[in-house]
Design a protein around this ligand. Structure first.
Ligand SMILES: [Zn+2]
Length: 435
């Protein structure tokens, strides 16, 4: 499955190489503008699709969007012909695990070193960027491999999206974010395990010390963990309040893995910024989330993928079944009730690069309008990350994170599963239309 896709991406990159080289040919020369000649430009705030526009890029930022007739090429400018395409902001996925592989063999999980997971992350970061996701929030990685991946991308060592990272997620002893595969003789523990007020405060501070942009916690049990119950809350309300208070005081947002209704409610009451998964969300939790402005991050396509292609160990299988039969109904109800949504996928549970399939679920299973679905992956995700000044829409002053598709994504969101052009921070990483 990934082989054919990989070849397509590779060919696209080969085609775009000449173009990238010409745009950045000489470091000593003054940096010229890049004029993206667009068929249409989609404004994700309004749904307007203006024809014959040019996006003017200088350095890593957008400087203006104007009618192509009014933006003649000047000396030093380079042009990219995207007249057959619709341009829109690069997509954002607020729930990835780039340093993780799709592999449910528990020996694989136990035997993957932190160094290996960073290398896996370098591969997945590139795949994710080329799928049109120019920004991700990575919520959970062993040994701070995500911190190093983020820094390596920012330093230009490897190719990937803009990242916010959490490091190891906080969780209780024996909970979803602990490591429960081995008996006591091995003394194996998840890197984010902390119990009690003082311990969770220390763990938040330690996680920030070692490079976390965002604090991820496990508020309830999970599916892909041994011996715990997705419906059971794990942290107490008092522990959750202590975590969120410290994280916010230190300038970090918070994200809670939560399936069960009590954990969703308690995390919301504690002031968490987003609920991840939300499978057993009920009316009480919906009301609280609306009152607090808490985002829901559904991670819904993974259920479809799992039903078609997942081969889970027996102790995960029943939990996956139980969650799958209720999750979509409950999430659909929460969306209809007006809970804010940001797009997240849990990529790693299924192969990286399929992230845009999540949009299809929002539109064709949850009944969202295509523009509303695109907003979950742009404006809403940017708002959740606190990056509204940098990403989420095509506007002067924001990063030049721009993707393009052939056709009208407001008529068919599945077009976003085949992104033809990807620019991140003014650099072209994919252009299938290049001659
Ligand atoms: Zn996850």
């Amino acid at each position: 499955m990934t082989v054919g896709r990989g070849l397509g991406v590779f060919c696209g990159l080969l085609l775009s190489f000449g173009l990238m080289a010409s745009a950045f040919a000489d470091d000593a020369a003054p940096v010229g503008r890049i004029l993206l000649r667009a068929g249409h430009v989609l404004d994700v705030k309004t749904g307007t699709e203006a024809a014959n526009q040019t996006i003017i890029v200088s350095g890593d930022k957008i400087v203006a969007i104007a009618a192509t007739d009014a933006t003649p090429k000047q000396a030093g400018d380079s042009e990219i012909d995207l007249k057959s395409m619709t341009l829109l902001p690069g997509l954002i996925d607020v729930h990835t695990h780039l340093t993780g592989d799709t592999n449910f063999d528990y020996y694989h999980e136990l035997s993957t070193s932190v160094a290996k997971s960073a290398l896996i992350g370098a591969r997945n970061a590139k795949v994710t960027l080329e799928a049109g996701f120019t920004t991700v929030r990575n919520v959970g990685a062993d040994g701070y491999a995500d911190v190093d991946l983020r820094d390596a991308i920012n330093e230009g060592l490897v190719v990937g999206p803009h990242m916010q990272v959490s490091g190891p997620p906080l969780g209780i002893t024996g909970g979803h974010c602990d490591e429960n595969l081995l008996p006591i003789a091995y003394h194996l523990q998840g890197g984010g395990v902390a119990d009690g007020i003082e311990a969770v405060q220390h763990k938040v501070r330690e996680t920030i010390k070692y490079g976390a942009d965002v604090i991820k916690i496990c508020a309830t049990g999970g599916v892909l963990s041994k011996g715990d119950d997705p419906q059971a809350s794990q942290y107490t309300l008092e522990e959750l309040k202590a975590i969120v208070a410290d994280a916010h005081r230190l300038g970090r947002k918070t994200a809670a893995h939560a399936h069960g209704a009590q954990g969703i409610l308690w995390a919301t009451l504690a002031g968490i910024d987003s609920i991840e998964h939300g499978s057993y969300i009920n009316d009480e939790a919906i009301t609280a989330m609306k009152q607090h402005g808490t985002y829901l991050v559904p991670t819904a396509y993974l259920i479809d993928w799992m039903q078609q292609s997942g081969h889970l160990p027996e102790f995960y299988q029943q939990k996956m079944h139980d969650v799958s039969v209720v999750e979509k109904t409950n999430i659909k109800h929460a969306i209809a009730a007006g809970v804010k949504v940001a797009l997240g996928t849990d990529a790693a549970v299924y192969p990286h690069g399929l992230n845009a399939h999540e949009l299809d679920v929002y539109v064709n299973q949850f009944g969202m309008k295509p523009l509303a679905a695109l907003q979950t992956a742009t404006l809403n995700a940017a708002d959740l990350m606190g990056w509204t000044d940098k990403v989420g829409s095509l506007e002067a002053g924001k990063w030049a994170d721009i993707i393009a598709v052939v056709g009208d994504p407001l008529k068919d969101v599945t077009l976003l599963q085949n992104v033809a052009f990807v620019m991140k921070a003014g650099t072209v990483y994919k252009n299938s239309a290049a001659p």
